[in-house]
Design a protein around this ligand. Structure first.
Ligand code: FAD
Length: 322
């Protein structure tokens, strides 16, 4: 029997999140000759999103559309995805390790009575058997896992497995499936976002994160400016969130978001273990801190010892010249 892998696309505000395409690449790494079936759940016409999944490597897509599926609920999305999985009987399922993925996949795995390998950051092959690499102990070590269940069910951490190149000439079947979600008990009527718009923190390639050293909400302004010139997003330590300099939606760390951007600039952050848990796997870390003994320098690739209010404007000025 050849492999069939279902990739669950994640839609936010009418657009597929990049991790959906990374999940397609992950499916191909699990089995290069598998048929990859996309699932897109939402409201209204989902055909454009289905087409985009195909352009990123999916062979065909099933969409489930209903007004009660406009916004994620574990009950509604659970029923929709489960109906598609039951139709397909896949050998694998892949989704992003996002807030939604973390909520949805354990429930699906339990219903399917299968295991779940969560938060994979890499996939290797051992004689054709996929081996999943995942961080443990808050990113201080990595373990390698193989699947022993009937279904290889995996969530992947955003920004770790590059998507395949988009190929607009790819075509594939798109089927709409009716799933009766009229009577679900929870419907989200409205989402009021606290976080600023712009680049999504968990998918950003560049993050400028501020800590208590930034000293005030106003002190964050130069960080936003630096993030803008770098095309990145702003994050924060819990220290900064607790001090009400910024919203908790920006918090990075053990009890915040886990991020792995190409470039992480830690500004006025001491480098507490709980903060490192959320960012220490970033590809390049730059720390700006006036205390040369600060722990953040132990994980930084580049360190600038100095006052952030002097260093950041100079950085912005130099970057603008490029
Ligand atoms: P501080 O430790 O106060 O550091 C401020 C830094 O700014 C200092 O290093 C200082 O030298 C520097 N500084 C000051 N002024 C300037 C200046 N003008 N220019 C340059 N540098 C300057 N924390 C998280 O971040 N994320 C989490 O998810 C998280 N989860 C937690 C969970 C638990 C259960 C617990 C107990 C704690 C958690 N924490 C978390 C809190 C964590 O322990 C630290 O208290 C917090 O990370 C400290 O934030 P900070 O580095 O911004 O502040």
């Amino acid at each position: 029997m050849s492999d069939k892998i279902v990739v669950i696309g994640e839609v936010r505000e009418g657009e597929l999140r990049n991790v959906s395409f990374e999940a397609v690449a992950a499916a191909k790494k699990i089995s290069s000759d598998a048929e990859v079936v996309g699932v897109v759940v939402g409201d209204g016409s989902l055909d454009d999103l289905a087409k985009e999944m195909i352009e990123y490597g999916v062979d065909r897509v099933t969409t489930v559309s209903h007004s009660n599926l406009k916004t994620y609920t574990s009950e509604g999305y659970g029923q929709a995805v489960m109906a598609v999985v039951n139709d397909e009987s896949p050998t694998g399922i892949v989704m992003g390790h996002t807030s939604i993925g973390k909520d949805l996949t354990p429930k699906l795995a339990s219903k399917l009575e299968t295991g779940l390998i969560s938060d994979a950051v890499g996939i290797e092959s051992d004689g054709g058997q996929p081996v999943f690499i995942r961080p443990i102990y808050s990113g201080k070590a990595f373990e390698k896992k193989i699947n022993t269940s009937d279904i290889t069910f995996v969530t992947i951490r955003p920004n770790n497995i590059p998507p395949l190149d988009k190929d607009e000439s790819r075509t594939g079947e798109v089927n709409a499936k009716d799933v009766d979600v009229a009577d679900i008990r929870t419907i989200v009527k409205e989402v009021i976002r606290k976080a600023a718009k712009g680049v999504d923190l968990s998918e950003a390639n560049v993050i400028v994160a501020g800590g208590r050293g930034v000293k005030s909400a106003d002190g964050f302004k130069p960080l936003y400016e630096l993030a803008e010139v770098l095309g990145g997003a702003v994050g924060a330590s819990r220290g900064a969130c607790d001090a009400e300099y910024c919203d908790y939606a920006l918090q990075i760390g053990q009890t915040g978001k886990v991020v792995t951007p190409d470039l992480y600039i830690a500004v006025g952050i001491s480098g507490a273990i709980q903060h490192l848990a959320g960012m220490s796997n970033s590809k390049v870390i730059v720390a700006i801190n006036k205390d040369a003994e600060s722990n953040i320098f132990n994980v930084a690739d580049y360190g600038i010892v100095g006052d952030l209010f002097e260093v950041i404007p100079l950085l912005i000025e130099e970057i603008k010249k490029i």
